[in-house]
Design a protein around this ligand. Sequence first.
Ligand code: DGL
Length: 258
Amino acid sequence: MAGPILVFDSGVGGLSVVAALRQRLPSAELTYACDNAMLPYGVREDDWLVKRIVEVCGAAVNVSGCVGLVVACNTASTLALDRLRQHLDVPVIGTVPAIKPAAELSRSRHIGLLATSATVRRPYTDQLIHDFAGNCRVTRVAADALVVEAEQMVRGKTPDLSRIRDALAPLDALHDLDTVVLGCTHFPLLRDWLSGAMTRPLRWVDSGDAIARRCAQIMPITASRGSVETAWLTALTPELAVGLRAHGFKNSCSLVID
Ligand code: DGL
């Protein structure tokens, strides 16, 4: 079986997972899909989201001829992974907050979870914390404003440091907290800005490399052999196409949802 691995997100956040995949699997052929017409997912209602995610991923899997799907979105994965696996006949890998490694790395036993409004309150997240961070205090902070900053940055605009500081203020105030889970794939794109906005050094943990390792284990990898990689967008805009080109997706196309 030959074909690209499809990386899906609501917007540009999946590019942080693409970076981890390119690092670990440099020759693998990738394709990208995003539902930027409906961004942000993190403030939307669950039932609507499940239906939409299944529709968009189904359409993207069909049009791309992919060998497997990486749901590079915590907001989608913590809600719709089971439904996607029922509907699709390719392997599906999800992205969920890296609570387990963060709890293992924290010395102070106080970790932060920085994610979308939806992810911080999901039962899936409660279960991850229960299973893997039982001996830690976990402070959850919803930071949907950072999704907007990452979207702007990929379109060539400088992120707004004061908005980033405001989003991080609840974590910065907790002096015994030493580790923060970046539980939204948009946030690793802003890592330098996040570090710069804090008044002290913190450990930032994301899921990118764990996903890349899982892909290496279970996905049939096709070497790209220089083929032009495509991005599929539910709203095709020139600014986004330029941003995606800088991440290797030279061709941008409309993804039509019936
Ligand atoms: N990148 C997505 C995630 O990992 C969420 C962004 C959004 O709210 O659409 O959760």
